[in-house]
Design a protein around this ligand. Structure first.
Ligand code: NI
Length: 172
């Protein structure tokens, strides 16, 4: 396994449409292994193949149990509810923005050996599934952000303000 370099916003590769995977071979397995190591090292939540320069429909997401799920040729087959939350991306380091996503999604994908499966998840994981699958169509979360993009310090301050407002509403 090896880590791969993460491509940053501004590189046209991140805006391209990825092609489906048709060969479930050792190259795919190597890509997935490398993506896992890259994601581990970056301490991220998810990673899509175009972020390491590979224009194939492959991504890694973190489920609610904190495990990585490998998704090959994923598609969202059902979505329900809505959640808002601050989101970031390893290709947009240090910037965060408020994005609305479905509360729950169901995804159909293939595993590294080509076997089709379905997986359903909620909350942060549903957000991660949507974010990573959007990368495969050349979309970044920054296209969906409502309001400003915050730096880490600004985000901390914004969240602290939000906390204070919540407490205020509860009369504490
Ligand atoms: Ni991302």
């Amino acid at each position: 396994m090896a880590t791969r370099q993460i491509i940053l916003r501004g590189d046209e590769v991140l805006g391209r449409m990825c092609r489906p995977v048709t060969s479930f071979d050792s190259r795919l397995h190597q890509l997935l292994d490398d993506m896992r190591e890259t994601l581990d090292q970056a301490q991220g939540y998810g990673l899509a193949a175009p972020q390491v320069g590979i224009l194939r429909r492959v991504c890694l997401v973190t489920n609610t149990d904190g495990e990585y799920v490998e998704l090959v040729n994923p598609e969202i087959v059902a979505a329900e509810g809505e959640q808002g939350g601050y989101e970031g991306c390893l290709s947009v380091p240090g910037l965060y923005g408020w994005v609305k996503r479905p509360q729950r999604v169901r995804v159909r994908a293939q595993d590294r050996d080509g076997k089709t499966f379905e997986v359903e998840d909620v909350d942060m994981s549903a957000r991660c599934f949507c974010h990573e699958i959007a990368h495969l169509d050349g979309h970044l979360f920054t296209e969906l952000v409502e309001g400003p993009l915050y730096t880490e310090e600004e985000l901390d301050a914004a969240q602290a303000r939000q906390e204070r407002r919540k407490k205020g509403r509860r009369g504490e």
